[in-house]
Ligand binder design. Sequence first.
Ligand code: TYD
Length: 229
Amino acid sequence: MDTSADSADRAGRAAGFFLVFEGGDGAGKSSQIPELAAWFTALGRDVLTTREPGGTQIGENIRPLILEHGQGEVDPRTEALLYAAARAAHVEQRILPHLRTGGVVVCDRFVDSSVAYQSAGRELSAEDVLSVNAFATQGLVPDLTVLLDISPEEGRARRTASRGGEDRIESESDDFHARPRTAFLALAEAAPERYLVIDATLSRPEIQRLIRERVCSMLGLPPEAGVQL
Ligand code: TYD
């Protein structure tokens, strides 16, 4: 397989492919990710599917501290640092080792979520959030970020319909959630070669088709590969 478009050697990694899903809560990432991972596997790629905050033992232990209610006050700086700490472990222990073996990493959220929620949402400076995250990630940047764009109202309606309870971030107001949405779109607009923005209200198969189409073009795969599986 021609993997010439696989990741450049940033953060000391070899030819893996690092794909991140971002988007508002309720955008449908969790149904798209396993389908895409299964497709990569069918193409013969070694796939690591993972999520943030989490993906390592320490990250999964940090997750409830930031997301569950009842942890006492979690001020914005503390919140940003906890996400970044979980991310540092994730990059060092799971993501980079997998990329270095030439594998594909499909990750549910990464640095852009911190820019969107901790900077735009909690109103920390983008500069601070980016510098903490540059340290945490060792400069690792996704090859492709799929942004599933959803309005705060639609996201909330979907979350309520699917499972009821909302975590600390989800239970913020629609006004709060409008800010991360704008921030995600601005990030995508600033680097279109590294983003694919998809309207999350499109059908599930159509979203999957659009993602595969883009991956095929980035990895030099024939378009027919996109319909495999
Ligand atoms: P996620 O696991 O995608 O939510 P869910 O399990 O409900 O689909 O993300 C958990 C929440 O954490 C989500 O509301 C966004 C938030 N978050 C941040 O605020 N900053 C971050 O850096 C990350 C990774 C997530």
